[in-house]
Design a protein around this ligand. Structure first.
Ligand SMILES: Nc1ncnc2c1ncn2[C@@H]1O[C@H](COP(=O)(O)OP(=O)(O)OP(=O)(O)O)[C@@H](O)[C@H]1O
Length: 300
């Protein structure tokens, strides 16, 4: 069953479309990722889902409800941990939890929630004194305090150290194991690959691909990536004519091509024929990073 349905969502600022015909559906119980470069329109999309922004056109349903017309009901089923959610610096963790619980007619008991999020020892600590990881955990607790069916987490591990990031990932998996559907906005590939059942890759306001992490890797490019620094420039026409080629990238004199083993063989032949030496030649399997770059570069 779909708990979120977005159909042909569009939103412009000053005549510039930032969300340009986005459609997707999120199934109950899944962790659904929205992945994309800075400014791609991710936050605008999820804020429209949460009813915090009003779409220009398009249809959104959250458990069958319209986030704008039925805003109050939507806030009861959808909890949001949004970007840059700063609290009053002097508020203690306990006060923040009690305050947010008071916004809901049937809030979750904040004590077990604080316990599950490792916040019990911090209940009397003021917000300003919390570490980045503790602030993130508190913001997740506040998103869950209304006992929602769906939670929106936007860039939740930005600014965290690797350990805090891993702890937060486990927490998100726990939240899902508790039956909550998760809509996760991120630009971290590793995070998306580790957590998400499915990912919508958004680029310049459009969905460039929507699939499982493994599916994105399989379908975006070939499974093989070859990179090297050529001793002399290679002809673009020759490069683009390579068999099974999925993408070509030039950066700081280095060439990165994705394709299949056949592409790699053809690159080696091309180098020999052009009498060009390949410095620091590397052949690797594609990752979600490569898939992401391919997908976000080829969208018009
Ligand atoms: N209220 C607004 N007024 C004008 N432009 C806006 C407004 N909100 C967002 N934008 C612009 O819309 C574009 C998309 O922004 P959005 O925050 O949705 O992107 P994002 O994919 O979440 O990016 P990031 O990863 O940087 O947070 C950006 O270019 C941004 O500057």
């Amino acid at each position: 069953m779909s708990v979120i349905e977005v159909t042909d969502l569009r939103k412009s600022y000053g005549g510039r479309p930032v969300v340009d015909g986005v459609s997707f559906a999120v199934e109950e119980g899944e962790i659904f990722g929205i992945l994309g470069p800075n400014g791609a329109g991710k936050t605008t999309t999820v804020e429209c889902v949460g009813g915090l922004r009003v779409p220009d056109t398009g249809r959104i349903r959250v458990t069958g409800l319209d986030p704008v017309a039925d805003h109050e009901e939507v806030t009861r089923v959808l909890g949001a941990q949004l970007q840059q959610s700063e609290l009053q610096p002097k508020l203690t963790v306990r006060e923040a939890l009690e305050l947010y619980a008071s916004f809901y007619p049937r809030p979750a008991d904040w004590r077990p929630l604080a316990e599950r999020l490792g916040l019990t020892p911090k209940l009397t600590t003021r917000f300003a004194k919390l570490s980045g990881g503790q602030k993130q955990r508190l913001s997740i607790a506040l998103a869950l305090i209304g006992d929602p069916r769906i939670v929106v987490l936007d860039e939740l591990t930005t600014g965290l150290d690797p350990r805090a990031r891993r702890d937060t990932w486990e927490l998100v998996e726990d939240v899902r194991a508790g039956g909550v559907t998760v809509l996760l906005v991120t630009h971290f590939m590793e995070e998306a690959q580790r957590l998400c059942d499915r990912i919508a890759v958004i680029d310049r306001g459009r969905i460039a691909a929507l699939d499982t992490p493994a599916g994105l890797i399989r379908r975006s490019a070939g499974a093989t990536v070859i990179s090297f620094t050529p001793s002399a420039p290679l002809d673009d026409h020759d490069l683009n004519a390579l068999p099974e080629l999925a993408s070509v990238r030039h950066k700081d004199g280095r060439l990165t091509l994705s394709g299949t083993d056949e592409t790699v063989d053809a690159v080696l032949t091309l180098l020999a024929r052009a009498r060009v030496t390949a410095h620091q030649l590397r052949v690797t399997d594609a990752t979600l990073d490569d898939a992401f770059l391919d997908l976000t570069e080829t969208t018009a």
